[in-house]
Write a protein that binds this ligand. Sequence first.
Ligand SMILES: Cc1ncc(COP(=O)(O)O)c(C=O)c1O
Length: 356
Amino acid sequence: MWRWDAFLHASSADAVTLGEGNTPLLPAPALGLGDVWIKDESRNPTWSFKDRLGSGALTMAKKFGAKVIASSSSGNAGAAAAAYAAKAGIPCVVFTFVGSAGPLVLQMRAYGAMVVKVNDKADRWRLQSLGVKEFGWYPTSPFFGPVVGSNPYGMEGYKTIAYEVAEAFDWQPPDWCVLPVCYGDALYGMWKGFEDLKALGWIDRVPRFVAAEVSGSLTQGMASGDVAPPVVERNAPSIATSIGAAQATVQGLETLRRSRGLAVTIEDDDLRRWVVMLAAKEGIWPEASSAAPFAAIERLRADGTIKPHERCVALLTAAGLKDPGPIEQALPEPPLVSGGLPELLAGLKNAYGFVP
Ligand SMILES: Cc1ncc(COP(=O)(O)O)c(C=O)c1O
């Protein structure tokens, strides 16, 4: 992503980088959603879009001479912080909670982060704040409420997603960009990237943005007209644990308003269905949260908000192996076959309904 360093806060020579960015933008005709392209951020070094945040933030942490990195994260942001801290040679503490997906926590530990678990999600920010105030730990995630978003240098990294998309479409931006949203960091960063290009005259309009969320904070914020989106606690946890926070940010809401966009609240059944569909039809297995944009596009095409001729880019933010649980329940159990052809055929028919 540092080939865009003229738009960023440091030069490529100073960057803490693992080769993030330049991810593929793939057409997805088999989904039945019309003109939809997948910006596949699961191809990043730690298999999520948070590597752009990690690289942006750790580059400045190193410049500032940070002694310790601190992040509160149930997954991808913590994994990216851990990996980029390892690359920068700076110790990293990640606060996570007991319900986080096993592979994501393992990823943080593998990169050498000191992972600390808490029972209550609110304790993560309380403890991280203490580290920041008492010892000057360098924060890459939010650490106090009401949430203001992640490390601002990290968020700058998300602008490069817009530059890559605009370039890939020969500076003809798509009509809509649809993202899975938690705080709205990437939503805001990507929008800001398109605004940069418009200010330079490289593009003549900025796409409309859709936030696909599970809490409903931005959905309610858009309806209310308030400056800040509200705290919206769900009755039950979503399978999209990565986007489970109860409140999005002011700049996330502002992005929707300024781009004439909207928010859509997505339920678990739709997430599960779209994870399976993406993997089986397009060969890309997303984490459950990354299926949210596709459920949103489906709904907005059906109700006429997104017109049939309009082009959408869906940001597929992270890879399925990071949290495989949700899809496992939705797939047939592989048959155990011993014997010959009749047993094989019976197994294929019973498990998959397949008859050669
Ligand atoms: C896989 C995935 N998608 C989307 C998001 C939403 O991030 P943001 O805070 O940029 O809205 C997150 C993290 O929070 C995530 O881990």
